[in-house]
Design a protein around this ligand. Structure first.
Ligand SMILES: Nc1ncnc2c1ncn2[C@@H]1O[C@H](COP(=O)(O)OP(=O)(O)O)[C@@H](O)[C@H]1O
Ligand SMILES: Nc1ccn([C@@H]2O[C@H](COP(=O)(O)OP(=O)(O)O)[C@@H](O)[C@H]2O)c(=O)n1
Length: 418
């Protein structure tokens, strides 16, 4: 059995498992002996002859695991028999960073179990998977066991009793966010691109655009003002007006030089996509440092956009699932230039939708998610507010473009002595 799988199994009964039902995580854990506890709610109203399965990706290579996870979902969704429910699941060791592994949970009828087990054994022989099957252990379906097997060796590893587990103090996705969903150093983000060159040749082109080091030559002489906010809050309109009113330089993140590859990396899994945007911030930081020696600089999106969307995407469910305020997840990378001032444009959802429609541009997948999933939008907005670093001032973007400009100029002049 692969070394990584062996290390996972060494503490298998210490793990907590979560299955997301309608974006709400339900938790269970394992015990060697049964102490009469009832089955956890995650198994719902199942009959004794029903079967559940979990398929966990356990590769030691995080690029390979990140690429395979969405592919596994597509394979399962395509090949599972009708009537089989598929939902996201994960497993982690409480308070142990990078212990979070992802997978899927399947619920099926007994008739489908032979088909499913053949499919999972076949998948497991080709990919690094740990597969668990769950069956009622008698007592009117109130007790369930987890049978773990490693399809690569077709070896049944062990049986456990499944019991409910308390909700951890913060959503376990926070355990693996650092330098997997959000990158806190140039080196960490660049390392991902160095490692995915074999599967994504365009990664080499992005690497060629990078500065030798993240350190900027000198701190800018002039103020650096970042304008942040959800799509269609008016960032482009405002940043162009500020450039004209202040005679400032206008920069964007990701920078223009990365635009040939942005659409491609937007289709990649979070590990690679977020590294792309993190590297974009470091290139923009170099441009800010150069321009900031000569004139004030206005920046359209920067670190807040990168971190807020990554954190909100990695978490699921209500805002309360976000990593707690003050968590290191919200900290500003120590090697990334800090702007003098960050303005966060806010707008009520209906007005933002109207502006999006009026602008007529194609909606990005993310925008569609913001539109469809109010919980996601609330997580993004709250994550923006929790990010530590330079002062972040909220500006109501609902008045006319000119009024928003005047209000912003007042704030900039009083805070940046311009
Ligand atoms: N203050 C405002 N009031 C009304 N419409 C606005 C305002 N600011 C921008 N718009 C319009 O809303 C749409 C989105 O603005 P834009 O600047 O492109 O937002 P963003 O860059 O944040 O996506 C555009 O059609 C723009 O003309
Ligand atoms: N510095 C940045 C800028 C954008 N992004 C990502 O890019 C998305 C915005 O894409 P977009 O095409 O809507 O950007 P704009 O056209 O609104 O500038 C954000 O939602 C983030 O996911 C980022 O992660 N970091």
């Amino acid at each position: 059995m692969a070394k990584h799988a062996k290390s996972l199994l060494s503490r298998w009964s210490s793990r907590v498992f979560l299955v997301e039902v309608d974006e709400k995580p339900l938790y269970f854990r394992l015990q060697e002996r049964h102490r009469g506890e009832r089955a956890p709610r995650v198994f719902g109203r199942l009959r004794e002859e029903d079967r559940c399965y979990s398929v966990l990706v356990c590769s030691g290579d995080r690029i390979k695991a990140a690429k395979f996870y969405p592919e596994l979902r597509d394979k399962l969704a395509r090949d599972l028999p009708p009537g089989c429910d598929l939902t996201r699941m994960g497993s982690f060791l409480p308070r142990v960073r990078d212990s979070f592994i992802r997978g899927y949970f399947l619920k099926s009828s007994a008739e489908s179990s032979a088909h499913i087990e053949r499919l999972l054994r076949d998948l497991g022989r080709r990919e690094p998977l740990l597969v668990c099957s769950y069956a009622a252990a008698g007592g009117g379906g109130q007790r369930w066991t987890q049978r773990l097997w490693s399809p690569s060796e077709d070896e049944t590893v062990s049986d456990y009793f499944v019991v409910p587990s308390d909700e951890p103090e913060s959503h376990p996705s926070a355990l693996s966010m650092i330098n997997n969903d959000v990158f806190y150093s140039f080196e960490e983000a660049r390392d991902v691109f160095r490692k995915c060159g074999g599967i994504i040749p365009e990664a080499a082109s992005v690497l060629e655009m990078l500065p030798g080091s993240p350190e900027v030559c000198r701190k800018p002489n002039f103020p650096v003002i970042v304008i942040e906010g959800l799509d269609a809050t008016g960032k482009t309109t405002l940043t162009e007006s500020l450039r004209d009113s202040l005679g400032a330089a206008l920069l964007r993140s990701p920078p223009e030089c990365l635009s040939p590859w942005r659409a491609l990396f937007d289709q990649e899994p979070p590990l690679i996509r977020r590294a792309f945007y993190a590297l974009g911030n470091y290139i923009t930081a170099q441009q800010i440092a150069q321009e900031g020696m000569k004139t004030p600089v206005i920046v359209d999106r920067f670190w807040h956009s990168t971190a807020a969307y990554a954190i909100a995407t990695a978490t699921s469910g209500p805002v309360s699932n976000l990593p707690q305020r003050g968590s290191e997840v919200y900290s500003w990378p120590s090697d990334l230039l800090q702007p003098s001032f960050v303005l966060l444009l806010t707008l009520d959802a209906e007005e933002r939708k109207r502006r999006l429609k009026d602008r007529g541009l194609e909606k990005t997948d993310e925008e569609q998610q913001l539109d469809r999933n109010q919980l996601f939008r609330l997580r993004v907005e709250e994550a923006y507010r929790r990010i530590s670093g330079p002062p972040c001032v909220t500006v109501d973007a609902s008045p006319s473009a000119d009024k928003v400009l005047q209000q912003t100029l007042l704030l900039i002049r009083s805070n940046c002595h311009l």
